[in-house]
Design a protein around this ligand. Structure first.
Ligand code: ADP
Ligand code: ARG
Length: 349
């Protein structure tokens, strides 16, 4: 159980949004509050208090956390997404509204494309506050809904508990499975009872995958080699609507899909490509200028907090709330088109 006896201190070089927005006044206002599932301020901020290199530093334990601890979460949400209390979120998962012809039909730049959404089940706490029994219930509901899928979504659910180490390592290396032991999730209470009730579902081709009980209860993923972004989006949206026939997800008109980390609220969507840009990445400021213009984030190729290998980077939408799913993918697409154009010009110099 996380406890907090006094106002936490952060080193002067700490850049987390938690350290910025947890003023003494906010701390005093929230320190004794609890949601109905018993989630406290100490739990909400534990990850950022322990990990001073956090970018954000907070997690919600349930949908109520976003109200109970609004004095802290609202300014963080505003700063990350540019989303105000008076704004509302609109969803659009219609693939026909996306304008995304393959920007790299010769397969020279885009190694692979992946789009994921986070989802959590209605009427249950989120991972940081969930009980072992409730987590088991999530796994049961997820496996049952997933096992009813047909056609190109048909696959198998593989529990992590009992999975051979060489199998899980290969799945991680091939970018299909989450890593164990993330220290940000650990401090947030998201790794309790690991690996119980954690698992991965995937079809034979591994183009459709679902992570169960990692940072969010479900991470629904569509991915494939190359740059056919629209095909990846279409597969994802058809899978989401099939799963929604069986499971009701946590959703609020204001914040959209509710996730444990405030960066994922709204669409809970991260649309990415692994893209090879050896020339552009040598001028990192120029590279970032283009990604910033299109509201994109640069990651390394082994997931968050990893490094680039062989000039391949993970480029994805940064905004997820107050924009539709189509817009998230369109941001990524438009940015990728410009990155390829500039990379080609630099190669000719
Ligand atoms: P998330 O996408 O859930 O926010 P990560 O950034 O940690 O989490 O990525 C999860 C995994 O997905 C990592 O193994 C990462 O390499 C892989 N991945 C992300 N984008 C792509 C992509 N476009 N192609 C292939 N693998 C990808
Ligand atoms: N808690 C981590 C931090 O503040 C990750 C935040 C965003 N990423 C995520 N996977 N939710 O840096």
């Amino acid at each position: 159980m996380v406890s907090l006896n006094s106002y936490p201190s952060f080193p002067s070089d700490c850049k987390s949004l938690l350290s910025k927005h947890l003023t003494k006044k906010v701390y005093e206002q929230l320190k004794d509050k609890k949601t109905s599932s018993g989630f406290t301020l100490a739990q909400a901020i534990a990850s950022g208090v322990e990990n001073h290199d956090s970018g954000i530093g907070v997690y919600a334990g349930d949908i109520e956390s976003y109200d109970t601890f609004a004095a802290l979460f609202d300014p963080i949400i505003k700063e990350y997404h540019g989303f105000l209390k008076s704004d509302s979120h609109v969803s659009n998962l219609n693939a026909n509204d996306l304008n995304a012809p393959n920007p790299d039909s010769e397969n020279k730049y885009i190694v692979s494309t992946r789009i994921r959404v986070g989802r959590n089940i209605a009427n249950l706490p989120l991972g940081p506050a969930i009980t072992k029994e409730q987590r088991d219930e999530v796994e049961k509901q997820a496996a049952s809904a997933l096992n009813s899928l047909e056609g190109n979504l048909k696959g198998t659910y593989y529990p992590l508990d009992g999975m051979k180490e060489d199998v899980s390592e290969k799945l991680i290396e091939d970018h299909f499975l989450f890593k164990a032991g993330d220290r940000f999730l650990e401090a947030a209470g998201l790794n309790r009872n690991w690996p119980k009730a954690r698992g991965i579902y995937h079809n034979d081709e591994k183009t459709f995958l679902v992570w169960v009980n990692e940072e969010d209860q479900l991470r629904i993923i569509s991915m494939q080699q190359g740059g056919d972004i629209k095909e990846v989006f279409q597969r994802l949206t058809s899978a989401i609507s099939k799963i929604e026939e069986k499971i009701k997800f946590l959703y609020s008109d204001h914040l959209g899909f509710i996730t444990s980390c405030p960066t994922n609220l709204g669409t809970a969507m991260r649309a990415s490509v692994h893209i090879k840009v050896p020339y552009l990445s040598q001028d990192y400021a120029h590279f970032e200028e283009i990604t910033n213009k299109h509201h994109l984030q640069i990651r390394g190729i082994n997931g968050e907090h990893s490094q680039s290998v062989g000039s391949v980077y993970d480029i994805s939408n940064r905004r997820r709330l107050g924009v539709t799913e189509v817009q998230c993918v369109q941001d990524m697409y438009d940015g990728v088109v410009e990155l390829i154009k500039v990379e080609k010009e630099l190669a000719l110099r």
